[in-house]
Design a protein around this ligand. Structure first.
Ligand SMILES: *Cc1c(COP(=O)(O)O)cnc(C)c1O
Length: 954
């Protein structure tokens, strides 16, 4: 006991991270009926997988360094950051330095009201971030000239891959060929190649300046402007493609589109790209928000999340996730994509950058960027250096036969500028909003210029390519141009939402734990976030050292042999892990092993990822008690013995239980030659207690944005690294810019994915140490079991394991109550908002239930307050059940209640205003929902996915 719960009066980081103190923990353990956390571990976790501990340090975790306090961890991180060289980056290729307005840094990136929020599944208490996302969608559709945009993709390359499959779904053509512009960014080509192969899509590379190649194809992917800076008028190509039955998606630079005719106006069917240069630092690769936009004909093919406008119970406009019930990954193997966590926080930054600058401000920035590039172009020409393209936006390619490496080296050594070495004869120079007149003269100096060259700062854009259509005319992009108005806008929006800074968010499967400030601080340091992902590795030793530490620590925690940090969400980790399994089988000549067994309780991303990896999904049923039906599993293994590729199993299960037969399940699959994929999203129940790499897994993804403290950001960013056993290590993701990284294809645009948020996880592990991690996990298990014991008599806990224990979360069954009283799980979720709480996960993985996950960070006081609220709600349900309140008019059905609804002259309900707003008195700070219950069906019937005119709010 002394080993896992510190009694020192001076609080360590662990004592700050873990909510319940020693006496609270004892109180919870007494309710559960065990003496201490170690006895709890022995009672809850199957003995076959439980790692023993010595002095609180679990087996294998002695590889972690002893914990340090916040200040020491920050000092170590500062030292790592200082070892990186922040050069002037002119490498381009989709990553550009940018000036984030300080008002956005402090009030979004550094504001827990924004970064600790969850995906807006409860729209009534998420109107702030939904509005910000609607602004993002409007911004993207305006600039691209498309009808409808989603609320972010993971990066440009994966957005291109989603465009590749979207065009195929949207096109009835039988062809499996896709024409790919040779001027696409190299990392985009690499990710497309990875994604195309398992799906049987054939990529045909072509220079679109020469027109379209012969033969049939279903689509074309073009880049605008191209990687070489070239601006190609795509109108002809698009018309030709349409005539030949193909659809066209264009990768477009949003800043360039303020000056260039939009792809929509040229007839494109879809657009993809990134919003990184709208105020989101390069971050050594990420995170930043990719985008995907389409013509309205393809709206229902859009993957990812889409914010739409609907109305609330009072008829007022209100935002929500549109088509939510059809959300792609819920459709499992029929899904359009596996994307779940996206890049919401960064989409909010980009949208606000556009609001702050407005159309004229963005245009002015673009003109300045284009002017610098043009100055470099004319300067080079004046020096007699051949500039390859006459027209360009921000990127100049210089032809310097045999001298390219020398020029690049000179720019670096004399001016600390990184240029792009294209080949022996060509150098690429990309300008951005930080490029100054001095930079221009330094660049020319590197080519041997003397500073007396003729410079023109007129953008080098052909007259017939210049944009004439308007964009960003909505008040969202005209009203917040001063710092005062932007500050208040951001505050007003975030005040509408419940994030972790106001209440616990007991979302099962999502692990909404503390995102400590010390963990967050480094993400805005230039030494981490101002690095180009393709910067020379010699410039980033601090970053590489951090990555190396993190890989080693995650190896220790998971029991695997190697880790890749490249996947930038859990879904992408699943995909990368399944690809590793696929390649492993193929390397052994087992090409026919394509069956993937997935239990019926699995997260929808599992099936969607399996299909993307070229596998066929076979569903394994679950028993009455929630466990995988091992008999059904054995039958399916037998049936598919020769074609079995893998099983994907979540552990502990999405039912919140440690299955005791996990070892048998793994053995059965291994005996048949299959591989075991352990979905590690629930690792918060395992860290420091059991290691998937040691109890039968061959590969797992971890969600660093769940277990390892990266905040959810309202629906992203995330990091989904995978750990693999030794035999799969050769099949980890690779990348065209980092030879030797891995030998499989790239799954993200950047070699280390969303690298700039890795310091968060590094800091967490550094400050927790092995003992802290075990204590956190066991406390999370204790808290979940405590809640299960307290609430079971009111809302029966659906599944428990041996000795009536749950793992780190529990499912409350509301179905019997709904049957008896007509009160639904929705009513309870919305009513919790009146009590000041965010609802638990609703109807996943079982419809009509709530899944509660407290995590270790919530204090007993907060946990008790939540339980008290749930018990009070049960009392209200009983009053409906007894007939005292009608089922269609009671505080649950009326929830959530806005202040406005309560002050209305007329109050014709059978319950009082006081019960509506302050059911438990005024002890808990009141959170006023800004809208009433939102009508989802109305929103889907009348799909509106960009900012409604301001009159709608009159
Ligand atoms: C969250 C989750 C995922 C998907 O992770 P993302 O980062 O959202 O893509 C997969 N499986 C389970 C069990 C999860 O809870």
């Amino acid at each position: 006991m002394e080993n896992t719960v510190s009694q020192s009066p001076e609080r360590s980081f662990v004592d700050r991270h873990v909510g319940p103190d020693a006496s609270d923990t004892d109180r919870m353990l007494a309710v559960i009926g065990v003496a201490d956390l170690e006895e709890l571990a022995a009672a809850a976790v199957p003995a076959s997988i439980l790692d023993g501990s010595t002095d609180g340090i679990a087996e294998g975790l002695d590889a972690l360094p002893p914990p340090v306090d916040e200040h020491r961890a920050l000092a170590e991180l500062a030292e790592l950051a200082s070892r990186n060289t922040v050069s002037t980056s002119m490498i381009g290729l989709g990553y550009y330095d940018t000036l984030t307005p300080p008002v956005l840094v402090r009030n979004i990136l550094e504001s827990p009201a924004w970064y600790t929020a969850y995906t807006p599944y409860q729209p009534e208490i998420s109107q702030g971030r939904l509005e910000a996302l609607l602004n993002f969608q409007t911004m993207v559709s305006d600039l691209t000239g498309m009808d409808i945009a989603n609320s972010s993709m993971l990066d440009e390359a994966t957005a291109a891959a989603e465009a590749m499959t979207l065009l195929r779904r949207a096109n009835k053509s039988k062809s499996a060929r896709l024409v790919v512009d040779s001027d696409l960014f190299p990392q985009t080509k690499a990710v497309l190649a990875t994604r195309a192969e398992p799906l049987g899509i054939e990529l045909v590379e072509a220079d679109l300046a020469d027109g379209l190649p012969d033969g049939e194809f279903y689509g074309v992917l073009a880049q605008y402007p191209g990687a070489s800076g070239r601006i190609l008028d795509l109108t002809g190509v698009i018309t030709q493609a349409h005539e030949r039955g193909a659809l066209v998606a264009v990768g477009a630079d949003l800043l360039a589109l303020t000056l260039l005719t939009s792809p929509g106006e040229q007839g494109a069917d879809a657009c993809f790209g990134t919003s990184q240069r709208f105020g989101v630092p390069m971050g050594f690769g990420g995170p930043h928000a990719g985008y995907l936009a389409v013509h309205s004909a393809h709206a229902r093919q859009l993957p990812g999340r889409l914010v739409g406008v609907s109305v609330d119970a009072d008829g007022n406009p209100a935002y929500r996730l549109a088509l939510q019930t059809r959300e792609q990954h819920i459709r499992r193997e029929k899904a359009t994509s596996n994307i779940c966590t996206a890049q919401v926080l960064l989409a909010v930054v980009a949208a606000m950058y556009a609001s702050y600058h407005g159309a004229d401000g963005l245009t002015a920035i673009a003109r300045r960027v284009a002017g610098r590039a043009s100055s470099i172009g004319t300067g080079l020409t004046a020096m007699g250096v051949d500039v390859v393209h006459e027209h360009f936006f921000d990127t100049v390619v210089a032809h310097v036969p045999g001298r390219a490496a020398d020029v690049v080296a000179k720019a670096k050594s004399e001016h600390r500028i990184d240029l792009r070495l294209i080949d022996d004869d060509h150098v690429g120079i990309s300008c951005d909003e930080t490029t100054t007149a001095q930079t221009v003269s330094d660049v020319l100096g590197a080519f041997g210029g003397g500073g007396d060259e003729q410079l023109s700062s007129q953008p080098a854009i052909a007259a017939d390519m210049q944009r004439s259509s308007e964009f960003l005319t909505h008040p969202a992009f005209t009203r917040y141009r001063t710092e005062t108005s932007m500050l208040r806008y951001l505050r007003a929006l975030s005040d509408k939402d419940i994030a972790l800074d106001r209440s616990m968010i007991p979302l099962g499967s999502c692990t909404m734990k503390l995102n400590a400030t010390a963990e967050m601080e480094p993400i805005t340091w230039p030494g981490f976030n101002r690095l180009h992902p393709f910067a020379p590795l010699t410039d980033v030793p601090g970053m590489m050292s951090l990555i190396d530490d993190l890989e080693k620590w995650l190896v220790a925690v998971t029991g695997y042999d190697s880790v890749s940090l490249q996947p930038n969400a859990g879904s992408q980790g699943e995909y990368a892990g399944l690809l590793a399994i696929r390649e492993y089988h193929r390397s052994r000549g087992d090409d026919e092993r394509t069956i993937c067994l997935i239990p019926s309780s699995a997260h929808g991303t599992n099936a969607a990822s399996a299909v993307m990896a070229g596998m066929k999904v076979v569903v394994v049923s679950c028993r009455e008690n929630g466990d995988v039906d091992v008999d059904d599993l054995r039958n399916k293994v037998e049936t598919h013995r020769d074609t079995l590729a893998a099983i994907m199993i979540t552990y502990p299960s999405t039912h919140g239980v440690y299955e005791h037969e996990i070892a048998d399940i793994c053995a059965a699959v291994h005996d048949a030659g299959g591989q075991v994929y352990v979905d590690g999203a629930n690792l918060n129940a395992l860290v420091g207690v059991a290691r998937p790499g040691r109890f039968g897994g061959d590969v797992s993804h971890l969600n660093l944005h769940k277990t390892f403290c990266i905040p959810h950001g309202g629906g992203g960013p995330g990091v989904g690294p995978i750990g693999v056993r030794e035999h799969l290590a050769p099949f980890l993701p690779g990348h065209p810019t980092v030879p030797g990284l891995g030998s499989a294809g790239a799954v993200s645009a950047a070699p280390y994915g969303s690298a700039s948020i890795l310091p968060i996880t590094w800091a967490y592990i550094r400050m927790m140490g092995a003992t802290g991690l075990r204590r956190a996990t066991l406390t999370a298990i204790a808290s979940a079991n405590y809640i299960a014991r307290r609430l079971d008599e009111y809302f029966p806990v659906l599944y428990t394991g041996d000795r009536a224990m749950v793992a780190h979360e529990c499912i409350l069954d509301l179905r019997p109550m709904t049957k008896k009283t007509g009160v639904t799980v929705d009513d309870v979720a919305k009513r919790l908002a009146d009590y000041g709480f965010h609802a638990p996960t609703m109807s996943f993985p079982v419809s009509g239930t709530l899944m509660v996950e407290p995590t270790e960070s919530e204090s007993l006081e907060e946990i008790d307050a939540f339980c008290d609220a749930m018990i009070a709600i049960k009392g209200e349900i009983d009053r409906v059940g007894s007939g005292e309140w009608p089922v269609d008019d009671n505080p649950l059905r009326g929830a959530p209640h806005t202040a406005h609804a309560l002050v209305a002259e007329e109050w014709a309900h059978p319950y009082s205003r006081e019960i509506a707003a302050y059911p438990l008195g005024t002890t808990r700070p009141k959170v006023w929902p800004s809208v009433r219950r939102i009508d989802g069906v109305h929103g889907d019937r009348n799909l509106i996915c960009s900012c409604p005119p301001i009159e709608a709010f009159a």
